[in-house]
Design a protein around this ligand. Structure first.
Ligand SMILES: *[C@@H]1O[C@H](CO)[C@@H](O)[C@H](O)[C@H]1NC(C)=O
Ligand SMILES: *[C@@H]1O[C@H](CO)[C@@H](O)[C@H](O)[C@H]1NC(C)=O
Ligand SMILES: *[C@@H]1O[C@H](CO)[C@@H](O)[C@H](O)[C@H]1NC(C)=O
Ligand SMILES: *[C@@H]1O[C@H](CO)[C@@H](O)[C@H](O)[C@H]1NC(C)=O
Ligand SMILES: *[C@@H]1O[C@H](CO)[C@@H](O)[C@H](O)[C@H]1NC(C)=O
Length: 449
């Protein structure tokens, strides 16, 4: 869907304050030493060979040669991280080696994010990498990623920022292989891709509100853009399709700024900015909270789902100098340092709201052995006001009604770091899954005593 989402001002005021991020999202649960030993042994056997992807499995596995030859990625940032290190709290540091693909080596870049094509004059925004406070985050290694996901499937469930991430991933993987289009429909909002040599499937499901929705008056003369959100009803376009996926990356955000009428139990319970006299105005967090609750309930209710759910947290926009539709723009060319800005106001509230609902979903999922993880991109992206297309999502003379885009991310660009995060999380999964399996079994046995 090319319709731009609606946004309100995210004014950034630079002052130093501790952010409420990543304090305990990724810490391993306490467990007996022996368990850790077993887990470590398993990790050593399953993961260590992956650090040498070029030695272990050479070119025999794929039909297409890498589309381009690149400098090898710096070894110093290939070392394994300390598994307890919170990878989501850190700083952006210069990385002159980047980017690892361009708009000529990767065809998957969506036009609106092809900033270089549309004349963005600076390219320094591509040359940063994320440095967690207590460790290094290895740069994305496409060989290693594809080995880990061999025979598996990954679904992006959400809006166009989710699609943005999928296209980044396709570009990051393009050094090894391009996928073929195996979509079930011609609808661009529901794409399915397959990496033949790895039997790895990628899919996107368009669901900007995560729940059932219809436009109140899609073709009417007023064309208000007002949505009816059925906050307790599943959006079956994705909930009926994800049973067999191994990984589901769920996200939602910017669309909740739009005006909407909220329904529960098929009754109007209120609305956001609908300006209808007899309907109570509710904050957008009301809808946001319930939408996540319903999405997690849908997943936890899937009998066959045995995958991992990743909540990809809200990625802040960076309109400065006005609202999104009042001349606001994002013209910075450098990242912030972490002491120059912080998450506040509506964005902080959205972040906290989704985390609270995540905890609820995780608790229920645990009963059923469904794993929940946080792909906590918020802090890293908060620091990247320079990574958006701004007006470089189309030619200046093009007659389009797009506003300055300070929501999506240029490709190549900082969103590529989400691939680094994802790969690191998948590598750590070996340890965590084992511990959780044991705990899950223990709990089951306790119940049988
Ligand atoms: C890629 O970007 C360059 C500028 O760096 C631009 O001239 C070119 O048209 C772009 N090519 C494509 C295929 O988007
Ligand atoms: C591909 O992976 C799927 C699981 O995602 C599996 O059911 C299927 O057997 C695999 N096919 C081959 C050829 O390995
Ligand atoms: C609001 O008023 C309209 C017309 O007066 C009525 O049809 C509608 O049911 C009312 N809605 C609520 C939520 O009371
Ligand atoms: C932020 O930290 C850097 C390095 O630690 C320091 O040089 C800079 O003055 C700080 N900026 C502010 C606004 O505190
Ligand atoms: C741009 O669109 C407006 C309104 O649709 C139209 O009046 C105008 O002629 C268009 N300009 C160009 C250069 O196509």
């Amino acid at each position: 869907m090319t319709k731009p989402a609606l946004f309100v001002d995210a004014s950034l005021s630079p002052h130093a304050m501790e952010l409420p991020f990543g304090k305990n999202q990724q810490t391993l649960q306490k467990s007996p030493k022996i368990l850790i030993l077993i887990a470590l042994t398993i990790v050593l056997f399953t993961i260590v060979p992956l650090y040498y992807p070029l030695l272990g499995y050479t070119m025999k596995n794929y039909s297409q040669p890498p589309p381009n030859s690149y400098e090898p990625i710096d070894d110093s940032i290939q070392t394994p991280t300390n598994e307890k290190c919170d990878i989501f709290t850190g700083e952006w540091v210069p990385n002159p080696e980047a980017p690892y693909y361009t708009n000529t080596t990767c065809w998957a870049i969506h036009e609106h994010q092809n900033c270089m094509k549309y004349g963005r004059p600076d390219d320094g925004f591509m040359r940063w990498r994320w440095k967690p406070d207590g460790c290094e985050l290895p740069l994305f290694n496409p060989f290693q990623f594809l080995e880990i996901v061999r025979g598996k499937s990954l679904a992006f469930v959400g809006d166009s920022v989710g699609r943005n991430q999928m296209q980044s991933l396709i570009c990051l993987l393009s050094r090894v292989e391009y996928p073929i289009d195996v979509s079930y429909t011609t609808d661009e909002n529901f794409k399915r891709w397959e990496y033949k040599s790895y039997n790895f499937t990628l899919a996107t499901f368009w669901t900007p509100f995560l729940v059932k929705v219809n436009e109140a008056d899609p073709n009417g003369p007023s064309h208000t853009g007002l949505f009816n959100l059925y906050l307790d009803e599943y959006d079956e376009t994705w909930t009926s399709q994800i049973d067999n996926f191994d990984y589901v990356i769920l996200s939602a955000g910017h669309w909740f700024y739009r005006s909407a009428i909220y329904y529960e139990n098929r009754h109007v319970v209120g609305c956001r900015y609908c300006q209808i006299d007899n309907i109570t105005d509710l904050p957008m967090y009301y809808g946001y909270r319930r939408a996540f609750r319903t999405a997690f309930r849908a997943i936890n209710g899937l009998e066959n789902f045995k995958g991992i759910v990743f909540l990809r947290t809200f990625a802040p926009s960076h309109f400065e100098g006005g609202l999104w539709n009042k001349g606001g723009n994002c013209l910075r060319t450098r990242p912030f340092r972490s002491n120059e800005t912080n998450l506040e106001g509506e964005e902080l509230e959205l972040y906290m709201t989704q985390m609270e609902e995540f905890r609820g979903g995780e608790r229920e999922g645990r009963e059923r052995g469904v794993r929940y993880r946080v792909l906590d991109t918020t802090q890293a992206m908060l620091l990247r006001p320079d990574g958006h297309p701004s007006r470089y999502g189309h030619w200046p003379h093009e007659n389009v009604t797009l506003y300055n885009d300070c929501v999506h991310w240029c490709l190549p660009g900082p969103i590529d770091t989400w691939g680094d995060f994802l790969l690191e999380m998948l590598k750590r999964e070996g340890t965590r899954s084992h511990e959780e399996n044991v705990k899950f079994k223990e709990k089951k046995f306790e119940g049988m005593r």
